[in-house]
Design a protein around this ligand. Structure first.
Ligand SMILES: [Zn+2]
Length: 287
């Protein structure tokens, strides 16, 4: 395959090609981040209705939302999105962030997530070059990105994403892709137990729930990907950034300090830094 040969031979082409792929994937991540929480909510309603019989069952004729249907449309006027306006990043820029039919603003999340997916992918290509590590790094980066988007909006880290991420890390490291098999297994267990321990202590001390169970599973997944030795640095980085951002939100916006702040985006961010600069960070942690 001449294309693969070219990507192998030219780092610049690889970085560029992977960035374009990132734009396309980012477009899909937008759909996942907006629809998956609605699909989960519909599912919870159905289960609740079955358990509490007085609740009406959802209308069986109503077409459920899935990742593939209905087609994308403007949330304000319902007009279908034309294919050329659906081009990642450029469609939004072309429309200057407004719906072509009703002129209502289109959320800046769409182009931001697409751009982020491209930038993260380019960084992975620059870091790893052609190979299996790059493929895994791309999958991890995009997964962490979609988790960040969902947790930021909904304070939710879906099991349907965190648990497969955990298994994938264990399987890849069975072959030592980013960490040895035993470090990976220990990382998964300690990541979960460590954060859960903090949570239980915090709950005992304050009677409040400081974080969600999704956070334990996300840290377990990161432990599986990078090994137990990476956990202290991931926790340190995420709590540093998390407290800086949290404090500035309280100071700037007068945000209620009892309102829970999602921790997932910081864990995901720290995990991604570990992916790209893991050796530097490890040297800092264990000089
Ligand atoms: Zn519209």
């Amino acid at each position: 395959m001449p294309l693969i040969e070219a990507l192998r031979a030219s780092p610049a082409l690889l970085v560029g090609g992977v960035a374009v792929l990132g734009l396309l994937i980012g477009s899909f991540l937008n759909v996942v981040s907006l629809r998956l929480p609605r699909m989960m909510e519909a599912d919870w309603r159905k289960q609740a209705a079955q358990i509490l019989e007085e609740l009406p069952l959802p209308d069986p004729a109503a077409r459920p939302v899935t990742l593939y249907s209905p087609r994308s449309c403007c949330p304000s006027c319902g007009a279908a999105i034309r294919p050329w306006h659906n081009i990642p990043l450029f469609g939004w820029l072309w429309l200057r962030g407004r719906c072509a039919d009703c002129g209502k603003p289109i959320s800046v999340q769409y182009p931001l997530l697409e751009l982020a997916a491209a930038v993260l992918a380019a960084a992975c290509a620059w870091r790893f070059g052609w190979g299996l590590q790059l493929a895994a790094a791309l999958g991890l980066s995009w997964t962490l990105l979609v988790l960040t988007a969902i947790d930021f909006r909904e304070q939710l880290l879906p099991d349907s994403i965190t648990l497969p991420l955990l298994w994938t890390g264990l399987v890849l490291n069975a072959f030592g892709l980013f960490a040895g098999p035993s470090a990976s297994i220990a990382g998964a267990a300690l990541g979960y137990l460590g954060l859960r321990g903090v949570y239980e202590l915090f709950k005992l001390a304050t009677g409040k729930e400081g974080m969600g169970h999704g956070d334990f599973k996300l840290l377990a997944a990161l432990g599986a990907w990078f090994g137990a030795g990476a956990l202290p640095m991931i926790i340190l980085l995420s709590s540093l950034v998390g407290s800086v951002v949290g404090l500035s939100l309280i100071l700037l916006r007068g945000r209620d300090r009892n309102q829970p702040i999602s921790f997932g985006p910081y864990l995901a961010g720290a995990g991604w830094l570990m992916l790209i600069w893991g050796d530097v960070l490890r040297r800092l942690a264990y000089p």
